[in-house]
Design a protein around this ligand. Structure first.
Ligand code: UD1
Length: 352
């Protein structure tokens, strides 16, 4: 198939492009080469054309004959402060709107969209006495006393986590999350209006080779790797019991290939995860053991905006796409501990 791949020079996009080519697809690879992601002097990789998805005229040219768009380009991270809002809205929301309009004009009716688990917000929790509940926000007093788990809003009991399915309520908590949900919503409206199909792949914590080194916009895996590379111990916040699903970037690429080839109808959101939850403390241990590095330091410090547990339910991806991650966090993190990383410019914020 002829596939337009946006964000083709990025961490995930680079792996998706390679996987699509391996599977015999014809890939039209574009990237805006944003300074915040690649550095200002970065060369456009071979086979990639410099196109910003917000440029409708350039898009019209590259959309010629395209059957599926695989939309990976986005400003990522959580957003450092409110000054980042226009960059998320411009690249992620507006960029997707321009892309959908261009697809409509060119008669392209299929979109695979890189979404994120951040659309779920806090995750899903259960009280031993009151069943499934929406957790109360974590209390500063509790956090200062080292009580990191959410409490039941009815009786105050500590809550345990449950896997989050795709029909869970969507409650974005960051600028990035707001823009990912906006992308999903524009794509849903486009699908209803045009009869086109959208598979929204909600990535959990993606890691793997060529991940960008840490910046204020990076996730924890890049932070831990950079600490180890500098000979320092990884710094684990809270008690290290925060739970996530770490999914290897090659599995994420495979999920994209399956979504490109599956031709699902309508709007279909799908979790992309390993199905093997792991605590942040265990992520730090796995990386330090593989590197024979200094033992992680669990600080008890906390970041007020952090989610305590967010763990995906992998069953829908298996049912509708036949996707099952093949790389366990144990094997993947051991490999990632010494994998090549991409250099970034730590101080640069995304521009509009
Ligand atoms: C991250 C991304 C989010 C992305 C999602 C899925 C950021 C800031 N968040 O969310 O945008 O969509 O993954 O890929 O990029 N922690 C430490 N030590 C550190 C840094 C963090 O212990 O040095 C802890 C945090 O307190 C938190 C956990 O690690 O509990 C995960 O942090 P992080 O990766 O930043 O955010 P996520 O919520 O997982």
């Amino acid at each position: 198939m002829r596939v337009l791949l946006t964000g083709a020079a990025g961490f995930v996009g680079g792996h998706v492009g390679a996987a699509l080519v391996d599977r015999g697809h014809e890939v039209v690879a574009i990237d805006a080469m944003l300074g915040s992601a690649h550095g200002r002097a970065a060369r456009v990789p071979r086979g990639v054309v410099r196109v910003d998805v917000r440029d409708g005229d350039a898009l019209r040219r590259v959309l010629r004959g395209v059957e599926v768009v695989c939309h990976q380009s986005a400003v990522v991270g959580a957003g450092v402060d409110a000054a980042d809002a226009p960059a998320y809205a411009s690249h992620n929301d507006y960029g997707t709107a321009v892309l959908l309009a261009g697809m409509h004009r060119r008669g392209c009716r299929r979109l695979v969209l890189a979404s994120s688990m951040v659309v779920y917000g806090d995750g899903r929790y259960r009280c031993p006495d009151h069943g499934r509940v929406d957790p109360a926000p974590r209390d500063r007093g509790d956090l200062d006393d080292g009580v990191f788990d959410h409490r039941c809003p009815v009786g105050g009991e500590p809550l345990s986590w449950e896997m989050v399915p795709e029909d869970a309520p969507l409650r974005p908590r960051s600028l990035y999350a707001a823009s990912k949900l906006a992308q999903e919503n524009y794509a849903l409206a486009w699908s209803l209006a045009t009869g086109g199909s959208v598979t929204a792949l909600r990535y959990h914590n993606v890691y793997g080779d060529r991940m960008p080194r840490d910046t204020p916009y990076s996730g924890v895996a890049a932070m831990f790797r950079s600490a180890l590379d500098a000979g320092r111990a990884p710094t684990v916040f809270e008690d290290g019991g925060q739970t996530r699903d770490f999914v290897h970037v090659r599995d994420v690429a495979e999920a994209n290939v399956l979504a490109v080839e599956a031709a699902l109808g309508g709007f279909e959101p799908v979790n992309v995860c390993s199905g093997k939850p792991i605590t942040i403390g265990d992520v730090a241990l796995a990386l330090t053991r593989a590197r024979d590095g200094p033992a992680p330091v669990v600080t008890g410090q906390y970041r007020p905006g952090d989610v305590r547990h967010i763990v995906a339910d992998p069953r829908r991806a298996a049912a509708v796409l036949g996707f099952r991650a093949s790389i366990t966090p144990g094997a993947g993190l051991a490999e990632f501990a010494a994998a090549p990383m991409r250099d970034t410019i730590p101080s640069e914020a995304p521009h509009v």
